[in-house]
Design a protein around this ligand. Sequence first.
Ligand SMILES: C[S@@+](CC[C@H](N)C(=O)[O-])C[C@H]1O[C@@H](n2cnc3c(N)ncnc32)[C@H](O)[C@@H]1O
Length: 207
Amino acid sequence: MPDPRTQIVADAYDDMGETFAAWRERIVGDPRDEWANELVSRLEDGSRILELGCGAGSPETKRLAQRFAVTGVDISPRQVERARAAIPEAEFVCADFSELELPIGSFDAVASFYVFNHVPRELLGPLLASIHGWLVPGGWLLTAFGQSDNPGWTGEWLGAQTFFAGFPPEVNSRLVREAGFRIERDEVVTFEEPEGPASFQWVLAQA
Ligand SMILES: C[S@@+](CC[C@H](N)C(=O)[O-])C[C@H]1O[C@@H](n2cnc3c(N)ncnc32)[C@H](O)[C@@H]1O
């Protein structure tokens, strides 16, 4: 059973349907490609990538799936359905990644784009520790954390009730290190969402 706050998030993305992808298309200056290139340049063709919170599968998921063995995980059944239809070359699993059990050392990289700001605060450290365990030694984590000091907020976003939480950048970085990672690159990047400027903390780290 997912945490009730996580269930709110799952229901939100089910309710949103295609609204989220349409909203994402209107973002200007998303640094996702640049950061994904940092990851890709460190991986061999055919590497196993686990994407957490893949949603309906972004253009980045599709690009990664052309060169790597991608497994996407998302808690929203409706988004997973769309991802399977859009990117048949990848594998998709409908699950709460906070409760996921995967074999130790089964991935070369874990990527997650704009997802961890939906994770209840006390679950973030244990999640990072799980990710470290799922990676081979020397494997890579790439993620964009939220960067606001938010103990937890439930409310309407893009027409659906959802949940957001997060830590300031120095706490995110500390949690990454405490999970056993060495941080390679760590920057707060601002870009334009349809409603105005938004900042996320990008971290590339090695297990
Ligand atoms: C902001 S969307 C980002 C989707 C995709 N990464 C992208 O950039 O287009 C967040 C996604 O994370 C998923 N998500 C949030 N918490 C999750 C959890 N605990 N387990 C699995 N998926 C989760 C949501 O269902 C949603 O599809």
